[in-house]
Design a protein around this ligand. Structure first.
Ligand SMILES: Nc1ncnc2c1ncn2[C@@H]1O[C@H](COP(=O)(O)OP(=O)(O)OP(=O)(O)O)[C@@H](O)[C@H]1O
Ligand SMILES: [Mg+2]
Length: 173
């Protein structure tokens, strides 16, 4: 079963696609089978990167280990069962078709809250949240209920590369 890595932060321009490219490529170069999905259906930064990398390797006749990227499959409303959501089905179908041939599936999310992004977060085995080094952005990242029982956890990758403790909003009891 593939390990699903989701790179998300609904704050735009925080470094999600850049992080996705580096993590996906590093895992592929380590010899892992990496499947890739891009849920930013408009920009497709990660999808473009993998396409450019494939073109470059073909043109230069060199071998570079790379992630295997796929677009979300098109599904028509007619193929949905009653109550099924189109975007949920597209994402599930993509994960299903990558799963068998992948050790890791890495998913780049858009810089906004979308149904696809929300569903991907629910599927994540590992969640990476790149974050601008700003308390304003940090404040947007997670909300902890005033009763202290709800927890949200995130791993912060600060863009200046300085080491800081992982951001853990867990306040059980
Ligand atoms: N660690 C970093 N240090 C400096 N600049 C960075 C770093 N990571 C990304 N950037 C730059 O920040 C910009 C936004 O990066 P990127 O496209 O990866 O963000 P994003 O979160 O995917 O954006 P969006 O929300 O639009 O999808 C790009 O110009 C990128 O080159
Ligand atoms: Mg992006």
């Amino acid at each position: 079963m593939a390990h699903i890595i989701v790179v998300g932060n609904e704050k735009g321009g925080s470094g999600k696609s850049t992080t996705t490219m580096h993590v996906a490529t590093a895992l592929a170069r380590m010899g892992h089978r990496v499947g890739g999905l891009d849920l930013d259906l408009r920009q497709k930064t990660f999808g473009q990167y993998v396409g450019n990398r494939a073109r470059f390797t073909a043109e230069s006749d060199i071998q570079l280990l790379s992630p295997h990227y796929m677009d979300l499959p098109e599904i028509t409303e007619d193929n949905l069962q009653h109550g099924e959501n189109l975007m949920d089905q597209r994402l599930s179908a993509a994960v299903e078709s990558l799963e068998e041939a992948s050790d890791f599936i890495i998913i780049d999310c858009p810089g906004s809250h979308t149904r696809l992004s929300q569903m991907a977060h629910a599927m994540a085995n590992t969640l990476i949240t790149p974050l601008n080094d700003s308390f304003v952005d940090f404040d947007l990242l997670a909300k902890v209920e005033s009763d202290g029982t709800t927890s949200q956890r995130a791993v912060g990758l600060f863009r200046d590369g300085l080491e800081r403790p992982a951001i853990a909003g867990s306040r059980q009891g």
